[in-house]
Ligand binder design. Sequence first.
Ligand code: NAD
Length: 282
Amino acid sequence: MEIKTFGVVGSGQMGNGIAQVAAMSGLNVIMNDISDEFVNKGLATITNNLDRSVEKGRISKEVRDATLSRIKKSADIKDMANADYVVEAATEKEELKFGIFKNLDSACRPGVILATNTSSIPIGRIAAKTSRPDKVIGMHFMNPVPVMKLVEVIRGLATSDETYQITLELTKKFDKTPALSNDFPGFIANRVAMPMINEAIFALYHSVGTAEDIDTVLKLGFNHPMGPLALADLIGLDTCLAIMETLYEGFKDSKYRPCPLLRKYVEAGWLGRKTGRGFYKY
Ligand code: NAD
């Protein structure tokens, strides 16, 4: 099946980034969320990003206009009936994603691949909620999507070679570099990066250092472009907590226990950049 129309479920920071990249690659995009309000917010972010790129001379005004004209808004998952490939990028909650995949399975034509941008939830578990587990795959973009080159591609037990090949081709069409991961909680990226972030939060919790000092040590001492606490704020503390819970549940190993301070911040609604307050104020 030729992929002309690309569906994105979830218009938050990852979903709108994926929609932007897909539209810039020439695909028609259907960008979905639970209400017009969320979709409009996602579209406003894309518009701002493109305007900034025009100002900086990275793209022409024509490219900006053509990109925006290819994005159709949707607040009804049934609109995905018109999509040839769908990526889900909704909130990192297992039950929520199970429900979305059941609905996508009913809404989409039988041959359509259903990918997930989940950071940590095993692909096989999501695929089992559909009647097409061979067509379910992980397509894990990095934040911010228009900037970051990597897409972690995760094959579930049942993912077919065809689904994998089509996903690799799309990754290249988006000018990204794929890395293949097997299907274990957290895959490669968050199996390695999230325990480091969690440990940085423990260091803050135990008053080993201030947030600024912890981040400075990792930036200047280990050449990380961004400190782990600033990175956690960028990812979203709710997403960080959800990933640690998935690792902890998945491996039943105490080394993955989420730091109580992370939980406290999430319970207080301090989710990082997206709410204006996390380990830093924005
Ligand atoms: P976000 O909070 O910015 O956006 C999530 C969006 O999903 C919201 O707009 C919300 O309204 C929407 N949503 C919730 N339920 C929905 C439903 N039933 N149908 C459609 N939309 C729904 O979160 P995010 O950072 O964009 O994360 C989205 C996904 O991407 C998560 O699975 C996360 O683990 C993954 N991810 C995040 C990052 C990161 O750095 N934040 C990186 C890679 C992958």
